[in-house]
Design a protein around this ligand. Structure first.
Ligand code: AMP
Ligand code: MG
Length: 490
């Protein structure tokens, strides 16, 4: 591959991360795969990145997406990080990913380009460094659906089948996914620095995070406290967004929480059907640690671990540093509550604030829980005032709730039409329903038929469109014998 061809593809790569102290990464060599075949590609995203789709999807371009070739200007690295997995501290790191570099986009952004499933690294421990096709397609689909829902997330540029099998419980087709992120700095990266690095290393990492994500507070009187405050701000907003659409991450370990405030590391995630705060899909989450209703609290727990790693930078006196951190953590709870309640008001068509609003919302959620109402469809039914599809609507308790809601709407200045528009913009018509996700992935994996997946991606790209073609995708799953289960994407 000559240089001229490469520049045509549009890669404009840098690697500012590798200017951090060496403890933070290892340079790695690539592990070419047998016969790369591009199976899905995100043209709209490629355009935003400044990449030439035609060139990238040609043989030489795909060689890069497969990890067989390294583009001009790239020094591939694996990042070091640690993390609490289900509450237990462990050394981790990119065990099956490599960072090609940071793409400088036409609009002036700096975005990480990471290959996932690209082979063994010094952090692979016992793993093979590879990924199976289906979980990579799943991450592609769900992350793009999250983007459609307006939720900050890493994005997916492509999935390439490797032509090699990976050995899990059975032999499965292997794949490499290209993931795009504001960065891959994790709470776990800071935990790693605090545990295994020097104070200078930690400071270098914090300065890097400030420069990359929060340049507006770099000159604050206490930049590291400001860093903590900014990360809290992002997580409070993110968690509210997850809760409002019924998204369950499934594995909120501290290594899976990004400093940028993007949703990251889609493994056993899934969307809730009927409303139940205890909903868990992940097969390994037997205790329900990462259940839907626990997520905001767990994010707070993760932020406390982030604070612990920042303590040496917060204050020279440990007690003082802890006090500062604790004060900020209290503010996380408040910020989350405010975002969540303001989102719920929008879902119910409410513009202004009244003290009793949270009681009104809680009452509805309790009724939904008692009557196994489908979370997405119930809000949508309220949006259209077509009160069908749930036995809840026939109950006297609901009728009473509805009267207080109607009365609440009448107490605001905005018209009914304005309320309805607000609800349409805040209650998605569709979410990636588990049975639809599985159907699309099965067609791709077993028949090589990507049309089902493409159709699903199309309707999920604009979930607030409430279009006729989305209607078929709004059906909740048929009741099954057992609960839907998801598995970690290894
Ligand atoms: P995840 O469940 O994707 O968040 O991964 C947790 C940790 O396990 C990370 O350090 C991964 O790099 C590592 N890991 C997951 N799968 C593999 C694999 N197949 N080979 C090596 N490391 C892996
Ligand atoms: Mg992870």
């Amino acid at each position: 591959m000559n240089k001229k061809e490469l520049t045509h593809t549009g890669w404009q790569l840098e690697n500012s991360y590798s200017r951090l102290p060496e403890v933070f990464y290892r340079k790695i060599t690539v592990h070419p795969v047998k016969s790369p075949k591009l199976v899905i590609f995100n043209e709209a995203l490629a355009e935003k990145l400044g990449l030439d789709s035609a060139e990238i999807t040609a043989e030489d371009g795909v060689a890069i997406l497969a990890g067989n070739q390294i583009p001009e200007g790239s020094t591939p690295i694996a990042q070091a990080y640690a993390g609490h997995q289900f509450g237990n501290f462990t050394m981790l790191g990119d065990g099956r990913a490599l960072l090609i570099g940071e793409q400088l986009t036409p609009s002036g952004k700096r975005l990480d380009i990471q290959l996932k499933g690209s082979g063994r690294t010094p952090y692979s421990r016992g793993g093979d460094g590879r990924a199976a096709l289906r979980p990579m397609l799943r991450e592609y689909l769900i992350s793009e659906a999250m983007h459609g829902l307006g939720i900050p997330t890493t994005r997916s540029l492509s999935v390439v089948e490797t032509g090699e099998m990976v050995r899990r419980e059975t032999a499965l087709p292997g794949a490499v996914m290209t993931r795009i992120a504001d960065s891959h700095l994790r709470v776990g990266t800071f935990q790693y620095a605090a545990r295994f690095g020097t104070k200078e290393d930690l400071k270098a990492l914090a300065d890097y995070a400030l420069e990359r994500h929060f340049p507006h507070v770099q000159d604050a009187s206490h930049p590291y406290l400001a860093l903590f405050q900014e990360v809290i701000k992002q997580q409070a907003a993110l968690l509210a967004k997850w809760q409002l659409v019924g998204f369950i991450h499934g594995v909120m370990n501290t290594d899976n929480m990004a400093i940028s405030g993007e949703t990251i590391d889609y493994g056993p995630c899934a969307f809730m059907d009927s409303y139940d705060p205890k909903t868990v899909f992940s097969s390994i989450d037997v205790q329900g640690r990462y259940a839907y209703g626990n997520q905001p609290m767990i994010a707070g727990w993760n932020l406390a671990r982030f604070a612990e790693s920042l303590l040496p930078l917060l204050h020279d006196t440990p007690e003082e540093a802890v006090n500062m951190a604790q004060e900020e953590l209290t503010s996380y709870v408040e910020q989350f509550q405010n975002h969540w309640l303001s989102g719920m008001r929008k879902k119910l068509g409410i513009f202004n604030e009244e003290a009793e609003d949270s009681t009104l919302v809680e009452a509805l959620l309790n009724l939904m829980h008692q009557h196994d109402a489908d979370y997405t469809n119930l809000f949508r039914a309220l949006t259209f005032t077509k009160l069908q599809g749930s036995e809840l609507f026939e109950t006297p308790e609901f009728k009473e709730w509805r009267s207080s809601w109607q009365a609440r709407l009448e107490r605001q200045e905005e018209s009914q039409e304005e309320s309805q528009q607000l609800m349409l913009n805040n209650n998605p018509a569709i979410i990636p329903r588990n049975h639809r996700v599985e159907e699309a992935l099965a067609a791709a994996e077993f028949q090589g038929d990507y049309s089902v997946l493409h159709r699903l991606l199309t309707v999920l790209a604009d979930p607030y469109a409430h279009s006729a073609e989305q209607e078929a995708y709004t059906e909740p799953p048929e009741p099954t014998n057992g609960p839907y289960q998801t598995f970690c994407g290894t």
